[in-house]
Design a protein around this ligand. Sequence first.
Ligand code: C5P
Length: 231
Amino acid sequence: MNADIPVLTIDGPSGSGKGTICALVARELGWHLLDSGALYRLVALGASRHDIDLANEAALAEYAAGLDVCFELQADGSAPRILLEGETVGDAIRTEACGNAASKVAALGSVRESLLQRQRDFQQPPGLVADGRDMGTVVFPQAGVKIFLTASVDERAQRRYKQLKDKGISANLPDLLTEIAERDDRDAQRSVSPLKPAADAVMLDTTSLTIIEVRDKVLGLCRERFEQLRQ
Ligand code: C5P
């Protein structure tokens, strides 16, 4: 890891607000953003398009190693356009079905290994905000600020429900609650890179905080800890 390029990692379970907070903080700081969950989602989507069985670890790892993806940054700072094999992906990777398939693919050690360097390559000047499950523990263990976001499972299901509805994706709250609990369990129990806070992570429970309150707490920590932001 290049010690001169600051890295902020934000890990946590589904629906903890990581995606929203990482995007806001990256925009505010003018730093790059790594949405590592999108990579696992893209592997799951590509596997289904190429009829690769989710139980075929070797084929999935090979597909992940050669994943043809492009994150096109948008001039207005909105979410990057993602191209898989040259085609815009849109919301196809944001469905719960794709999230669940991603969490199965993500439990395979060789798939994670195939995506490791690609994730580390996102560390570019002036800095990086990395969103995921193992950013602070495995991918960027030397990161200058590590945050672990949590929220109650009910609150996370409510947030995910609203997010999907806003995107026009149909959703059912009780099903979401069950799926989120199952996904948490699979992510936390897997043997490789399980979802867990790094020993030096700051824990932030967002259950009763607004997005702006969380953003400001995260920015405060960054300004306190990163020398680059004090110059
Ligand atoms: O964060 P998101 O919901 O997009 O992630 C989808 C799935 O990808 C997660 O449930 C998790 O299993 C997996 N993932 C992971 N490690 C990461 C990011 C995501 O295992 N760093």
